[in-house]
Design a protein. Structure first.
Length: 333
């Protein structure tokens, strides 16, 4: 899989970036400093990857470009970062792709439930999604640099879940329209619970199940309340790191190339970090006595049917561009 990613990162990825950046004449330039905004804490693997990206750009550009990473919403809130880069408050930023569907509808492919089940699926989706995201952001004066997934979203439950019947009456935590629909279609009871209130909601029985990543479950020590974790892989969301095109164009050729190369390295490294984060989190869940299982075959078939339903609905809502993404995703390697 790593070789597959290197092939399309080194070919299509670099070519797409080059096309977005445009060919400006090189030459000596004064040193530039960028602000890169992210909403995630410094210890998050995404932020650690961004920090390394920034350091590599500084070294490779021989100091022509220095990138200062502003983590944990310190420069702009996560929901405001896209606009902050567009306005020039920051030259670059990191966002959850599912969080920018209002500006870039095709980014919503990341949050269509039950379409992806493996990192290989996620890499293949990004292969077909990348050129469309390139074009969409370029039209808004932005340049995608790289994307890295979070660990897949699994199902935590206080009691065993073997089939659809086990969801009947199960109080499931929801936080957006998609998770509400999942709960309803599975026969669970949708309960809107903000993230900070999850431990209390589990402890008091307000919720009995939730869909989130193994990493989030481990960070929140969910084993104190839930005993079962199912590798549902409901979706595999990605973070996108991007820059303002005007800031890219202001760089000399060597600095622009340093950004492109560091972005390719960050993407490759970030996917590996995500897989490692998943493996470590699952191991931690097991070490605290949680049962970690794949979903049962019958439930898997039901989930597959739901995935087909959600993907058709998403294509209808987004239109032609969504068809341009999902047709090759389903029919090509």
């Amino acid at each position: 899989m790593a070789m597959q990613r290197r092939e399309w990162l080194g070919g299509m990825g670099a070519a797409a970036l080059g096309a977005c950046l445009g060919g400006l004449p090189g030459g000596a330039r004064a040193a530039s400093e960028w602000k890169l905004a992210t909403g995630y804490k410094s210890e998050t693997f995404h932020t650690r990857n961004v920090e390394q990206f920034a350091q590599e750009v500084g070294r490779s550009s021989a100091g022509e470009l220095r990138i200062a990473v502003h983590a944990n919403n310190s420069l702009a809130k996560l929901s405001d970062i896209f606009a902050a880069v567009q306005s020039g408050k920051a030259e670059a930023g990191e966002v959850l792709m599912a969080g920018i569907v209002g500006q870039v509808p095709l980014a919503g492919a990341d949050s269509v439930p039950f379409v992806l089940s493996t990192y290989q699926d996620a890499a293949r989706l990004w292969k077909h999604q990348r050129p469309l995201i390139d074009a969409a952001l370029h039209a808004q004066g932005l340049v995608p640099l790289y994307a890295v997934p979070w660990p897949p979203q699994g199902l935590f439950s206080v009691r065993p879940v073997r089939g659809k019947a086990d969801f009947q009456g199960l109080k499931m935590r929801t936080y957006n329209a998609a998770t509400v629909r999942i709960a309803e279609l599975l026969g669970a009871v949708a309960v809107d619970v903000p993230a900070p209130d999850i431990p209390k909601a589990l402890a008091t029985g307000q919720i009995e199940a939730m869909i989130t990543s193994s990493a989030t479950g481990a960070e929140s020590q969910i084993w104190t309340h839930a005993r079962f974790y199912y590798e549902l892989n409901a979706w595999i969301p990605k973070n996108l790191v991007f820059a303002r095109k005007q800031a890219m164009d202001a760089l000399g050729a060597a600095a622009r190339q340093a950004v492109v190369q560091a972005a390719q390295a960050a993407e490759e490294r970030g996917w590996a970090m995500s897989e490692q984060a998943m493996a470590s989190a699952v191991a931690e869940l097991r070490s605290h006595g949680m049962a970690v299982e794949r979903i049962a075959p019958d439930l898997g078939r039901e989930i597959g049917r739901l995935g087909e339903r959600f993907s058709r609905e998403w294509v209808r809502s987004v239109g032609h561009d969504a068809t341009r993404l999902f047709v090759p995703f389903y029919t090509q390697a």
